[in-house]
Design a protein around this ligand. Structure first.
Ligand code: ZN
Length: 380
């Protein structure tokens, strides 16, 4: 079987769609009008993804407020925030360029998703002829909705975590029921958990092991056959062409990350300085038997934060080098991150979100072509 290749999930929202989100927040257009813009952006995302020859595609997350907040709010500005939440939670991340992103705060129970990712997938399915994947958010991210210290009155941390795992399980099961070929769980907070940034208190609390344990509570609800198609995505962030935790060495993260009983991993790597170091770590830590499933490492061969388009040969060269450290039957290729995990993103290094979309599809085409070249060279 040739080397598998898969995107992470998001694409920049067209400038017109971002303007529609802003107009909806301002109350000058209706939700139906916003939905029509989302429909157009999803259709364009699907058609152009299919044109790259990619074997599995997404809807570009055009309807999602962000990779992390889609279950909780209709827009990133907080219009349509779910019950029992307030807008003023803790920072999720402070990025290298100085901007930050904030999470909502839990004010009471029960915790329930307002939107499940399958709702996006059902709409995308009608527009696509290529198999679809869906990204979902990890419970380890949403556990940060609960205050770091103390309790929400009348709603214990344990009850919250139990409700959270139930909702996350539903989120994945609904995706498969709606026809998803694969579901990947966004886990960008894993690397950030090792950063110890005094401006962002949760990153100094050694939460990685807690995150891994919580996500395994979710994964353990699925059979090995199901988990073959459930992945985990790790990255140092990717918002407004900036990152939040690239300085954290993968040597700290990967031994814990591969303890999660997922079938595959989408791993940022194209933008790493010492790729061989990371390939070696992957080879040392990836498991042949993760509670009944053989893990596959999809290495990042495309950097969505840099407008320069990688050549197919560069992609192939990365995979060939990686194959010296990672068994061929456990190797795949991906992008370092989604191309725009948050709905509001002007893609400053690209000039505009529309230019960034054009570049994204060129980059995906390179990944597909380069992965083919590497497969032929490796005889797989
Ligand atoms: Zn990412």
């Amino acid at each position: 079987m040739p080397i598998p290749t898969e995107p992470v999930g998001s694409l920049p929202r067209p400038a017109k769609l971002q303007a529609a989100y802003a107009a909806y927040d301002a109350g000058t257009i209706t939700f139906e009008q916003l939905s029509r813009e989302q429909d157009k952006a999803v259709l364009d995302s699907i058609q152009r993804s299919q044109a790259t020859g990619e074997p599995i595609i997404s809807d570009g997350e055009q309807r999602a407020s962000s990779f992390a907040t889609y279950p909780l709010t209709d827009t990133l500005a907080g219009t349509g925030l779910a019950a029992n939440l307030a807008g003023d939670g803790q920072y999720f991340a402070i990025f290298d360029d100085g901007h930050h992103r904030q999470l909502p705060r839990l004010t009471g129970g029960p915790f329930q998703y307002k939107t499940f990712a399958a709702e996006y997938l059902e709409k995308a399915r009608k527009m696509a002829s290529t198999p679809l994947k869906q990204a979902v958010i990890a419970p380890s991210m949403l556990m940060l909705l609960y205050p770091l210290d103390g309790n929400v009155p009348g709603y214990s941390r344990e009850q919250f975590l139990s409700d959270l795992i139930d909702e996350a399980e539903k989120d994945i099961r609904k995706c498969f029921a709606a026809g998803a070929a694969r579901v990947s769980i966004d886990f960008t907070e894993g690397r950030l958990a090792l950063k110890n940034d005094p401006r962002n208190p949760w990153t100094g609390r050694n939460m990685l092991e807690q995150f891994v344990e919580l996500n395994n509570r979710l994964l353990d609800r699925f059979s090995p056959k199901e988990r073959k198609n459930i992945g985990i995505h790790t990255c140092p962030g990717g918002d407004c062409d900036s990152v939040h935790s690239a300085e954290v060495d993968y040597a700290q993260l990967l031994p814990s990350m591969f303890k999660m009983n997922a079938g595959y991993f989408l791993i940022q790597l194209a933008s790493e300085k010492d790729k061989a170091h990371v390939y070696k770590l992957i080879g040392e830590n990836i498991r042949k038997d993760a509670n009944g499933v053989k893990q596959v490492a999809f290495i990042g061969v495309i950097n969505p934060l840099n407008p320069r388009v990688e050549t197919a040969q560069e992609v192939a060269d990365d995979l060939l080098l990686a194959s010296k450290y990672i068994p061929k039957d456990q190797l795949g290729s991906t992008d370092d991150c989604g191309f725009s995990p948050f709905s509001i993103d002007v893609k400053p290094k690209h000039g505009s979100p529309d230019v960034a979309r054009d570049i994204a599809f060129q980059k995906i085409a390179s990944r597909v072509e380069g992965t083919k070249i590497a497969s032929e060279k490796l005889g797989v």
